[in-house]
Ligand binder design. Structure first.
Ligand SMILES: Cc1cc2nc3c(=O)[nH]c(=O)nc-3n(C[C@H](O)[C@H](O)[C@H](O)COP(=O)(O)OP(=O)(O)OC[C@H]3O[C@@H](n4cnc5c(N)ncnc54)[C@H](O)[C@@H]3O)c2cc1C
Length: 552
């Protein structure tokens, strides 16, 4: 079992003195160039809004009945049934802006009544059967990085709840090198798995921004996508089999390499967000560590020409492994907020070439040198035909180096009185421009007030032959009186707009509690009934994460 650091309670990163409540000294935490740019852009006055001290967070007493606790101790051992304050606070909700606002403001009303840590599939199955019998809600807890309220759903019957922490099931169980298959526990995280696979010259290659803390079971339960997923595939494409423990028994799903035995039941477990049971084991497709990689930056005069060029790449089967096209707002913000002579020279160079308001494209190729060379060359000619100029490696390598830094910066921005959140969708190539315009219009309409306006930075990542995903980062001056309502209103407007324009409810963040009001619009009333019928069979007393995925 790998030892993995816990996430800090009120933000991102491992607990450390640096992550302790700060005094809001923005001068020391946010680069001056960034502060100046954001103040001008947003009409924001930087101000210190530090989180309350962790020991001031309000936590209600545990509601778990003593006899139930004793049954759980009998099943799992005393060390693995915890009701102490720290254990419960660490498993309260996930890491969305709304989660962080609550925790920073001293609210832990979504904390579980207890935390339990099963060590095997058998223990998990027995735990689920006991909880079903006793009417205790069960919320599987992987890395706790959900950004859609996946861990913060409300039980309509207000029963006691336990977080089932999967960190004791975090080792590699077997590695089948000839078949490129690895079988792992659900609580394992990416870095630990990559380290073990690396010894055999293999990699999984799933790299979401939450990679340092999210777990493999969480990826499967939410159908995650990583930064390389255009090349290696979404996480659900990497799962070839899994074990799902449910209150009604254990399901073994998936048969690599392939089967035609009826509909694919594995697909029911992928994206089930803990509503059907707990994933206790996964078999994943791995690949050789790439012999070489090449990352490079390109610039387009406009978002539209960038999208058109990506569409061409996809048509000719030339999509690289990493694709990330930033719109002009994201490109400008990144260039202006980066300090240093290199960034200044790049900005000046782009202005001279008529790309002063252009869109940055980062591409990455990985694999055998001859293949990388051939693919890079063929893609370059398509990009040049589409009006792109090549910027070289530095800008792309810099993106790669900093690609896990965003969540740490978010904490600093929140300290300074900002609303910082992201949202994502996917659309076909033909619908993408409309979806992009609609989301921006809705967010601008909702977040502009009293001379203050939001900064909306978008990029397309995860390109497919048929379309791509759109990811929007939203910054705005926070409404200190009604911060939750400010974002909830904007999010509602943006979701209505993107669905009306043809976008999907989510591309990789999943449904959770936050998106469930729109779930019926995505799958239809009959679709919801089918999902409910499956849940009813596997979880007849509705104890498995009842506040997420399925609408009321
Ligand atoms: C800063 C940041 C960046 C992010 N970047 C990305 C990104 O690039 N790509 C991406 O896809 N997502 C991203 N996310 C979202 C999040 O990391 C993913 O949804 C991830 O898959 C969640 O994994 P986890 O282990 O943290 O799961 P948790 O947050 O613990 O749980 C998520 C949901 O899955 C359920 N669950 C967890 N484990 C199991 C299990 N073993 N069995 C059954 N159900 C389970 C939980 O009950 C919950 O409903 C990001 C989040 C943050 C905070």
């Amino acid at each position: 079992m790998a030892t993995q650091p816990e996430l800090t309670i009120q933000g991102w990163g491992p607990p450390s003195p640096a992550a302790a409540p700060r005094d809001g000294d923005l001068g020391g935490t946010l680069p001056r160039a960034a502060r100046r740019y954001l103040s001008g852009e947003l009409g924001w006055t930087p101000r210190a809004t530090p989180p309350v001290a962790v020991d001031e967070i309000d936590l209600a007493p545990s509601r778990l009945a003593e006899d139930v606790r004793a049954r759980l101790v009998e099943l799992l051992g005393a060390d693995n049934v915890r009701t102490d304050r720290e254990s419960r606070l660490r498993r309260a909700g996930g890491k969305s802006y709304l989660d962080l606002l609550r925790r920073r403001g001293g609210n832990a009303s979504d904390a579980p009544d207890a935390v339990v840590l099963p060590g095997t599939t058998e223990e998990t199955a027995a735990l689920l059967a006991t909880c079903s019998e006793q009417g205790v809600v069960v919320i599987p807890f992987g890395g706790g990085t959900s950004v859609v309220g996946g861990l913060a759903g409300v039980d309509p019957d207000d029963r006691p709840s336990i977080a089932v922490d999967l960190s004791r099931m975090s080792s590699v169980q077997s590695l089948d090198v000839p078949s490129s298959l690895v079988t792992v526990g659900p609580g394992m995280r990416g870095p630990a798995l990559e380290q073990e696979l690396g010894r055999a010259g293999l990699t999984l290659g799933h790299l979401p921004q939450s990679w340092e803390f999210a777990t493999l079971g969480g990826y499967a339960a939410t159908r995650s996508a990583g930064q390389n997923s255009t090349g290696v595939g979404r996480f659900d494409e990497l799962v070839t089999g899994l074990t799902l423990a449910t209150p009604s028994g254990v399901l073994e799903l998936g048969h690599p390499p392939a089967t035609a035995a009826g509909p694919d039941l594995l697909g029911l477990a992928l994206g089930s967000e803990g509503t059907l049971g707990i994933i206790t084991e996964l078999t994943l497709r791995v690949r050789p560590v790439p012999a070489t990689s090449a990352y490079e930056g390109w610039s387009f005069r406009s978002w539209a020409t960038g999208l058109a060029a990506l569409q061409q790449l996809s048509r000719h089967d030339l999509l690289p492994d990493v694709v990330r096209l930033s719109d002009s707002d994201e490109t400008r913000a990144n260039l202006l907020m980066a300090s240093g002579a290199g960034a200044r020279a790049l900005r000046a160079g782009l202005r001279v070439r008529g790309h002063g308001d252009g869109c940055l494209l980062v591409l990455g190729w990985e694999g055998l040198p001859s293949m990388v060379q051939a693919r890079t060359k063929a893609a370059a000619s398509v990009l040049r035909d589409g009006g792109a100029i090549r910027l070289g490696r530095t800008v792309a390598e810099s993106w790669k180096k900093n690609r896990f830094a965003g969540p740490y910066l978010r904490d600093r921005l929140m300290d300074g009185g900002l609303l910082v959140e992201t949202l994502e969708t996917a659309a076909t190539w033909s619908a993408l421009p409309t979806v992009y315009d609609a989301v921006r219009r809705a967010l601008r309409g909702s977040l502009t007030r009293d001379g203050r306006r939001p900064l909306l930075m978008s990029h397309l990542s995860h390109a497919y032959p048929t379309g791509g995903s759109l990811y929007v980062t939203v910054l705005a001056d926070r409404d200190d009186d009604l911060p939750l309502q400010q974002w909830l209103t904007a999010k509602r407007a943006a979701t209505d707009a993107l669905l009306a324009a043809g976008g999907t409810l989510t591309h990789h963040h999943a449904v959770g509690a936050d998106h469930r009001p729109w779930m019926e619009r995505e799958v239809g009333p009959l679709g919801v009934e089918v999902l409910r019928a499956v849940k009813e069979r596997l979880d007849p007393r509705g104890i498995c994460n009842p506040g997420v995925l399925l609408p009321d």
